[in-house]
Design a protein around this ligand. Structure first.
Ligand SMILES: *Cc1c(COP(=O)(O)O)cnc(C)c1O
Length: 367
């Protein structure tokens, strides 16, 4: 019997270590006096904790949500600080915190109760979170000082730092209201402060304080797109999603492409079918006109995204054919960049969601 080597589909993601280093340096330049938590929750925003580790190990610490991810960081030989951004969910998490030497957020009274009942030889460093207006996690301002006082009496607690999170650092209502609440409430409490996410670091560098918490900028997406692009902030894409043309079709005038026949050619049109679809994490909401690079040249998608394929207009790239490289987002071989933010916008979402949704069936390498 003849055996064939499996032919992998040509879709592939690349994580760029140099871009991660560059983006971290951009954060350092914007917040020169702050310590930097590299936020690597959600498997490093879809990039993979182990894959970003080399590029981000220059940070002062890593922040994430999941104890399993903290374990993977320790297994990657990270000995420095790790912060659990939502703290613990149950008592036994505290044992793993002690064992792994994790710092953790305390955002509700139940977490203080758990700490008070926790048996540990080495007291924990905690970040006490204030709800200054986001209304997701944190102590209301009028309960914050009592929470601090209670934590301060616990032998299980070492140092208490203070933190809050902005809902509108990227525009909208801005940060002034929340900043005022935080500063008035925390005024004379001792402890290091952590306030700024990516948007606050770039747009409001005066609030950097002791620890900044960049996530999205490290991965090269703009936190306030479309007001400012990643190029404006001098960020580089940390992820490239690339594939190839696997078929070429000559559409006659008034014929359609794809499910639902949503795109009709008004004159003869040469199009390529690309091996990527929503099962790879390419958003189905991206309709006709979503930007895409073929041979590093910008063109557009046509019709609906299906599970395994999309169609692209080959008019600007007459030399393209089967096997031509296609960049869905990130960098092309000729150096052209297609920002993930532009693709996300075409699908009515944000770069965060696209990178986090990279599907497990896509092979990933680092460079
Ligand atoms: C995710 C997260 C961040 C990072 O946000 P970006 O917008 O990606 O910079 C910072 N702080 C907290 C509490 C978070 O949950």
């Amino acid at each position: 019997m003849v055996r064939f080597a499996p032919m992998p589909r040509p879709i592939h993601a690349t994580i760029h270590t140099d871009a991660l280093r560059h983006n971290l340096a951009r954060v350092r330049a914007a917040a020169p006096d702050a310590n930097v938590w590299a936020v690597v929750k959600a498997n490093a925003y879809g990039h993979g904790i182990e894959r970003v580790y080399d590029g981000l190990r220059g940070a002062d610490g890593f922040a994430l949500l999941d104890l399993g991810e903290a374990e993977r960081l320790r297994a990657s030989s990270w000995r420095g600080p790790i912060l659990l951004l939502e703290g613990v969910f149950e008592m036994r998490d505290l044992e793993r915190c002690s064992r792994l030497g994790l710092w953790h957020v305390v955002h509700c009274a139940e977490q203080i109760d758990m700490l008070a009942a926790h048996k540990t030889e080495s007291p924990h460093r905690v970040f006490l979170k204030m709800n200054s207006g986001m209304n997701r996690l944190g102590f209301a301002p009028e309960r914050f000082r009592a929470a601090w006082a209670r934590l301060n009496t616990l032998p299980q607690v070492d140092e208490i730092s203070l933190m809050t999170h902005f809902s509108d650092a990227d525009g909208g209502a801005g940060i002034e209201g929340q900043l005022g609440v935080f500063e008035r409430t925390a005024a004379d409490l001792p402890g290091e402060r952590s306030l700024a996410n990516s948007a606050a670091i770039l747009r409001h560098p005066q609030v950097a304080a002791d620890w900044v918490r960049p996530g999205i900028v490290l991965y090269g997406s703009s936190p306030d797109f479309p007001e400012h692009s990643s190029a404006h902030w001098a960020l580089q894409p940390a992820m490239t999603l690339a594939s190839k043309i696997v078929a070429v079709q000559a559409m006659a005038a008034l014929t359609t492409v794809g499910y639902g026949s949503t795109f009709t050619a008004d004159s003869p049109l040469r199009i390529g079918s690309v091996a990527v679809g929503y099962a790879d994490g390419y958003p189905r909401h991206c309709g006709t006109g979503t930007p895409v690079l073929v041979n590093g040249v910008r063109t557009r998608t046509l019709g609906r995204v299906s599970m395994d394929l999309i169609a692209v207009d080959l008019t600007p790239v007459p030399d393209a054919g089967i096997g031509s490289p296609v960049t869905l987002w990130g960098r092309a071989e000729n150096g052209a960049v297609l920002p993930i933010d532009e693709v996300a916008q075409a699908g009515g979402t944000v770069g965060y969601e696209l990178m986090c949704a990279l599907a497990p069936r896509v092979a990933v390498t680092t460079d």
